[in-house]
Design a protein around this ligand. Structure first.
Ligand code: LHQ
Length: 258
């Protein structure tokens, strides 16, 4: 059985972590496969949005702790530089929207991979746990960058130090995620959001993502210059012309992602 399932559904690259008996914890094979699938989604023209989710009761419990010991266990430097850092970098750089559909517990690197996506929704019963301090580690997978920007420094510090469980409703209240959805019919609702993302002007979304990435490290004036440059690129797309044409003709736009 493959540790990740993949299919393309109406423009959505659906990536399902599939080690349910291990709460979809990441081993090396799974981390490398996720990178390959993200690359495939980047290249494949038929994919205009990506959705990450998990099989069974968990989204992902982060690193497979069983793979940290033993003779052939990869060292920490390799785990970060070859597994998690390339995954979260790919998600942030991917020129397509990435939805994380957090179906259950998201712990450790599993939480931080979920939180670095462009849109994060969670089932009502899902929980987020910065589990690292419980085993004497520091948060990784970009968590120390992402979480304080989502919830503020104080909440991030406390969550990371105490390792508390945060339920989906509270995660929504504190701005950690976009929206909590009912458990029943969760994946159907997520796929509706993913399909909506896949039908939007993909280039404009990619440029929006680029602008938001830049906003994390530059000042206001530099950000205005970035917006100028990216807006000019958006204005040269087919979808911009289609969006304006459709508005003037009083019809729904049909975006091509070009
Ligand atoms: C697992 C795991 C797991 C293996 C549940 N591994 N089996 C790490 C290291 C090096 C370098 C860089 O970065 C990282 C990044 C990280 O992600 S560090 C953080 C790693 N993750 C954790 O510490 C979380 C460990 N798991 C838990 O604390 C609990 O399992 C949670 C809170 C996620 C869920 O609790 P429960 O709902 O009570 O479920 P459970 O504990 O019974 O787990 C269900 C099964 O999944 C169980 O297997 P079993 O055969 O006993 O039924 C667990 O052993 C397995 N599992 N997480 N990370």
């Amino acid at each position: 059985m493959s540790s990740i399932l993949f299919e393309i559904r109406q423009g959505v690259g659906l990536i399902t972590f599939n080690r349910p008996e291990k709460y979809n914890a990441f081993n090396r094979e799974m981390a490398l496969m996720l990178q390959e699938l993200l690359d495939l989604c980047a290249q494949e023209k038929n994919v205009r949005a990506v959705c990450l989710t998990g099989s069974g009761r968990a989204f992902s419990a982060g690193q497979d702790l069983g793979e940290l010991t033993g003779g052939d266990a990869p060292g920490f430097d390799r785990i970060l530089s070859e597994h998690y850092n390339p995954v979260v970098s790919r998600i942030r750089r991917l020129e397509k929207p990435v939805l994380s559909a957090v179906n259950g517990v998201a712990a450790g690197a599993g939480a931080n991979i979920a939180l670095c996506c462009d849109v994060v929704v969670a089932a009502a019963s899902a929980v987020f746990i910065q589990a690292f301090s419980k085993i004497g580690l520091i948060p990784d997978s970009g968590g120390t960058f992402t979480l304080p920007r989502l919830v503020g420094l104080q909440k991030a510090s406390a969550l990371m130090m105490l390792g508390d469980r945060v339920g989906a409703a509270e995660a929504e209240r504190m701005g950690m995620i976009y929206r909590v959805l009912p458990d029943e019919g969760f994946m159907d609702e997520c796929l509706k959001i993913a399909l909506q993302l896949a039908s939007l002007p993909t280039r404009a979304l990619a440029l929006t993502k680029q602008a938001l990435n830049a906003s994390q490290h530059q000042d206001f004036d530099a950000q205005l210059r970035t917006e100028d440059q990216l807006q000019i690129r958006a204005a040269h797309t087919y979808d911009y012309a289609e969006g304006v044409r459709a508005f003037l003709e009083k019809r729904a736009p049909v975006f091509r992602g070009e």
